[in-house]
Design a protein around this ligand. Structure first.
Ligand SMILES: Nc1ncnc2c1ncn2[C@@H]1O[C@H](COP(=O)(O)OP(=O)(O)OP(=O)(O)O)[C@@H](O)[C@H]1O
Ligand SMILES: Cc1ncc(C[n+]2csc(CCOP(=O)(O)O)c2C)c(N)n1
Ligand SMILES: [Mg+2]
Length: 344
């Protein structure tokens, strides 16, 4: 298959019809795509790259077996970032660095089926891309979405003292599945790692409310909430016993599963803050209050306040510290997933 046959046979042909198609003046097939933007809408854009051996397994057997899931997940992680702005995803561009051994109809069809399955589920259309050859599989997807009035974008920077902190779905499932793939619980949770569900409808509903801050959880709850703390210049209280847990993960010892929930990553849940007078929207995705934005008075009452704004963990009403680490025996490292560490 040549590069041009591949694009034509797989990406232009396998795409199902979608409602967004009528807003695309030119999709796959020219030098760039042309989209009709709804009058008054704001354009929301993001990009995420998935790399063999870093975002999914390095070995070829896994990459071959996971073709559908890799296609699905590369769309899902972008839809999640668009949802985290309070927006609705509309269309995507796909840049594919494809190893020779995957440039065959079987692998590409399975990959495209996963990709288009996610596109259909979340109402997005593939409008173009770029295909090159490389020795490892690397997938970059950029997504664009829209926010139309009365919805407004939700930033990381708007959390206010007294707001309630919420998180959607359940946490820690993907991380457990990644680290324990051969256990019964790991296998029950494998779908949460390979085919995560971005909270598209919830993100959209939160864009209709005066949601004060929002982020999607990709690198671990604690680390991602740190971004809300520094952008909003607030301290967050997290009550660890309130972290939502799936029934499969609840089988695991409390301290161990909490570590996955706080630091594991790959959750693609939404964390957000709302003024206490507001109720979170009711969509198919459950949400749970897990803490609050600390007021200056609440902070002043703490035995110790870190210098920089950050989340503070509580268990049974008491701050979790190195001296009083319960429910942990020793405080685990709370940094989540990082591509580069501090050392050079
Ligand atoms: N190479 C880059 N060039 C320009 N901006 C970048 C680059 N890498 C990251 N950014 C920007 O930095 C900000 C944070 O990026 P980051 O990738 O950490 O986002 P995230 O949503 O927290 O993580 P995820 O990759 O899991 O979606 C975003 O605004 C992103 O666009
Ligand atoms: C083989 C393998 N190793 C590790 C992980 C875990 N992992 C990789 S990237 C990431 C954060 C989001 O990435 P980004 O910040 O680039 O969007 C996480 C939690 C995985 N899924 N597969
Ligand atoms: Mg994000």
């Amino acid at each position: 298959m040549t590069e041009f046959e591949l694009i034509e046979r797989i990406f232009a042909t396998l795409q199902p019809d979608t409602p967004n198609a009528n807003t695309i003046e030119k999709g796959i097939g020219d030098d760039a795509a042309i989209t009709r933007v709804p009058a008054g809408a704001r354009l929301v854009s993001c990009i995420d790259t998935l790399v063999q051996g870093r975002h999914f397994a390095a070995d070829w057997d896994s990459v071959e077996a996971l073709a559908f899931a890799i296609g699905y997940k590369s769309i899902a992680v972008n839809v999640s970032d668009i949802a985290a702005m309070g927006a609705t995803a509309h269309s995507v561009l796909l840049a594919l660095a494809l190893p020779q051994r995957l440039a065959n109809t079987a692998w590409l069809e399975a990959f495209a089926k996963g990709l288009f399955h996610a596109c259909q589920q979340f109402g997005v259309i593939l409008i173009g891309g770029d295909t090159t050859r490389h020795d490892q599989l690397v997938i970059s997807i950029s997504a664009q979405g829209f926010i139309s009035a009365p919805a407004t974008p939700v930033y990381r920077s708007g959390a206010k003292a007294g707001d309630t902190l919420y998180v959607s779905g359940t946490l820690g499932d993907a991380s457990y599945a990644l680290q324990h793939p051969d256990t019964e619980v790991g296998q029950q949770l494998a779908h949460r790692l390979h085919t995560p569900t971005p909270r598209a409808a919830l993100g959209n509903a939160l864009g209709q409310l005066p949601t004060s801050a929002m982020i999607d959880i990709s690198d671990g709850l604690y680390q991602d909430l740190k971004h809300i703390c520094s952008a909003s210049q607030v301290y967050l209280r997290i009550d660890v016993e309130h972290l939502p847990v799936s029934s499969a993960l609840s089988e695991i010892a409390f301290a161990e599963r909490l570590t996955h929930q706080l630091t594991g990553g790959d959750d693609y849940e939404l964390a957000f803050t709302l003024a206490p007078s507001l109720s979170p929207p009711t969509t198919v995705t459950p949400v749970r209050a897990i803490g609050q934005v600390l007021s200056p008075e609440a902070l002043a009452a703490l035995p110790f306040v870190p210098e920089t704004p950050q989340p503070i963990l509580f268990y049974q009403g008491q701050p979790i510290t190195a001296h009083h680490p319960a429910p942990f025996t020793t405080l685990p490292p709370l940094d989540g997933y990082q591509h580069f560490t501090g050392s050079s």
